[in-house]
Design a protein. Structure first.
Length: 86
């Protein structure tokens, strides 16, 4: 079971909470590119995708930046060693 939950306000702004916390760890009033949510279903789907991408290592998507690309393929993990410049 996920330790994350979300709620929407009257304007469909997304608030994502970690279990037991009163303050949201994320507030997303629109798509990341600034596009307004079309409706509560769209905002909810974004929140569910965000939570699932954070909690399910086998889930193959991350949230997108706009309604044109609501989900993006999850990038392959990168080892810390590969980031060290030679």
């Amino acid at each position: 079971m996920s330790k994350y939950t979300f709620e929407l306000d009257d304007a469909n702004a997304v608030r994502i909470f970690f279990e037991g916390q009163e303050a949201p760890l994320m507030f997303q009033p629109t798509w990341p590119d600034g596009t307004e949510w079309a409706n509560a279903d769209e905002a909810s789907e974004w929140a569910e995708t965000f939570i699932k991408s954070m909690t399910d290592p086998d889930y193959g998507f991350v949230v997108g930046n706009s309604p044109e690309e609501p989900k993006l393929p999850k990038p392959e993990p990168v080892s810390p060693e590969s980031l060290i410049a030679e």
